[in-house]
Design a protein around this ligand. Structure first.
Ligand SMILES: NC(=O)c1ccc[n+]([C@@H]2O[C@H](COP(=O)([O-])OP(=O)(O)OC[C@H]3O[C@@H](n4cnc5c(N)ncnc54)[C@H](O)[C@@H]3O)[C@@H](O)[C@H]2O)c1
Length: 267
């Protein structure tokens, strides 16, 4: 590949914070950013997952600082930003990847479950944007990527709570892009379609929580059939879109929602 093109996507000398880095899309995002040359601050509530991602980042020759954090805790997210600056000197990119999924019918909704979704998916992302903006502003900029979902654009039974948080993340992204543009901080969202990760495995697990291979195969076949491309996503499909949005390749892009989703929704 031509050197100038590699430079557009290169993250050499940059520091990226990834929340939700202990599994799935966040873990793969950390790996791809490390492959592009970034050093990583890895945040997740799951310490074991974090240790594995740190190993994968170091295997790629980059520095990894794993920090256990509950993103629903505003002060912990603020501390994460300060710890990132302390550990690696600065923050150039921040990926708000941590999230949960709780399916329930509106008529059966429990307040505690809805609050959990709002606190982690929406407020966690909100505090992530605020903390990232705070440390990026004095340095003259950076790039933030929020992880939304195809569910933000497509009403699906039992996903009201999850979908509300993701639709709100799209609006948070646009508003933050307006507020942060003056200090050269770009804010974008990625709204993935179906990607097989721990988040969605509940859809094909048996009552003991074990994956049922037949149910899994049928479920994946259905999800693939729902897309014009006839396939489901891989964490790497999303991670490469994240790399685009945090690198100089997207220097003119802010306030946008990028949809790597096989075409399942085209709003
Ligand atoms: N997998 C999909 O099909 C899909 C589709 C659209 C959007 N997404 C979004 O992508 C993001 C990553 O999901 P994934 O599929 O990789 O799932 P995953 O379950 O593999 O990863 C999510 C990570 O977030 C962490 N996390 C959960 N609560 C946390 C908290 N309070 N504080 C810190 N970390 C916490 C988990 O420990 C986990 O490591 C989520 O925001 C999800 O909503 C996933």
């Amino acid at each position: 590949m031509h050197e100038t093109l590699i430079r557009d996507f290169a993250m050499d000398g940059r520091v990226a914070v990834v929340t939700g880095a202990g599994s799935g899309i966040g873990q793969e995002a950390a790996c791809v950013l490390a492959e592009a040359g970034a050093d990583l601050v890895l945040a997740d509530i799951n310490a074991d997952g974090l240790a594995e991602t740190a190993r994968l980042v170091r295997e790629r020759g980059r520095t990894a600082a794993p920090l256990p954090v509950d993103i629903a805790d505003r002060s912990a997210v603020d501390d994460l930003a300060d710890a990132a600056v302390q550990a690696l000197g600065k923050v150039d990119a921040w990926v708000n990847g941590a999230g949960i999924l709780h399916p329930f019918a509106i008529l059966e909704a429990e307040e505690a479950t809805l609050d959990r979704l709002l606190n982690i998916n929406l407020k966690g992302t909100y505090w992530g944007c605020a903390a990232a903006g705070r440390v990026m502003k004095p340095r003259g900029g950076g790039a933030i990527v929020n992880i939304s979902s195809a569910a933000a654009d497509n009403p699906v039974a039992a996903l009201s709570g999850y979908a509300m948080t993701k639709a709100s993340i799209n609006m948070l992204t646009r508003t933050a892009a307006v507020e942060f543009g003056s200090f050269n901080c770009r804010v974008n969202a990625i709204a993935p379609g179906f990607v097989e990760t721990a988040l969605v495995a509940g859809a094909y697990c048996d009552e003991q929580g074990r994956i049922d291979p037949e149910r899994r195969e049928a479920f994946l076949r259905d999800r693939a059939a729902a897309t014009p491309l006839g396939t489901t996503g891989r964490p790497r499909d999303i991670a490469l879109a994240i790399l685009y949005l945090v690198s100089d390749a997207s220097r003119f892009v802010t306030g946008q929602v990028l949809r790597p989703n096989g075409g399942v929704v085209m709003p």
